[in-house]
Design a protein around this ligand. Structure first.
Ligand code: MGP
Length: 247
């Protein structure tokens, strides 16, 4: 029988940039849908000029650096010190994992990303910030990964961060965002996969708070924080405590 390697023991690979990975320097090179994000490139990445690479789709899912730093600070303060392993389920181009690594709070950070071009960008971007070697890079589907490692992931040591896709750059339809319609993974699917662990879910700023409240395990409370830049909310994060077996 094959012995299951625990996430703590896992080693990462090096991923080469592909022809989907770009460092755009002129607006003329940028697809219309992502131009508004590219125009904010220096507030998304303070080191953009040093050669940050992105795939086109990664632009609208990346967490701006000041928000990522604040989320890293808040998550660190919210979970017990005994929990020192962090798994980022949707690492994208690396905005959040880089901030988690820079915070020096975690003994192990596992970044999962299923698109090989996107993980290559993330690893490259982390090297620009000097933290690529502090992160274990896994090119996999995060649900498959969590299921595969269920017996070796210890919820008393491990926390989850998830910044899932919200459904493309035109994700906002009404004033309140229906989390069950989030594409391609609904909130319930994500929560079911992570509920044994303390988790932080990065969600649209207009997310339906009643849907988030329904996830609260037993009597435990969920904290929801809006993260703003220049006076406008970018997103909200729901900090959800682990469900104990009886909740
Ligand atoms: P936004 O709401 O699309 O744009 O993205 P913004 O800059 O608020 O401009 P406005 O003109 O619409 O007001 C705001 C932030 O939300 C981005 O910087 C990302 O951090 C985050 N974000 C946006 N999308 C579409 C996604 C997504 O699909 N997934 C994740 N995880 N984050 C996203």
């Amino acid at each position: 029988m094959a012995v299951q390697e625990s996430p703590q023991e896992q080693e990462s690979q090096i991923f080469e940039l592909t022809d989907q990975c770009h460092h755009y320097t002129h607006i003329g090179e940028v697809e219309y849908d992502i131009q508004k994000y590219w125009q904010q490139r220096y507030s998304i990445w303070s080191l953009y000029k040093q050669g940050i690479y992105m795939t086109d789709d990664a632009w609208f899912g990346v967490t701006p650096e000041p928000v990522a730093n604040k989320v890293a600070e808040d998550f660190a303060a919210m979970v017990p010190e005994s929990k020192t392993i962090l798994i980022d389920m949707f690492a994208g181009a690396g905005g959040n994992v880089i901030a988690f690594a820079l915070s020096e709070r975690w003994s192990k950070i596992i970044a999962i990303e299923k698109d090989i071009s996107v993980i290559a960008c993330a690893q490259h971007n982390a090297s620009i910030y000097g933290v690529a070697d502090q992160i274990t890079w896994i090119n996999d589907d995060s649900f498959a990964y969590l299921a595969k490692h269920a017996s070796t992931i210890d919820p008393s040591q491990t926390v989850i961060f998830a910044s899932p896709p919200w459904g493309g750059p035109r994700y906002e339809e009404g004033e309140i965002y229906n989390l069950s319609k989030m594409q391609p993974y609904g909130i319930k699917q994500i929560y079911e996969a992570v509920k044994k662990m303390d988790s932080a879910l990065y969600l649209p700023r207009g997310s339906d708070l009643r849907q988030i409240a329904r996830l609260a395990p037993g009597e435990k409370k969920i904290e929801v924080v809006q993260y703003c830049m220049q006076g406008a909310s970018k997103a909200m994060v729901a900090y959800i405590p682990a469900a104990t077996p009886e909740t």
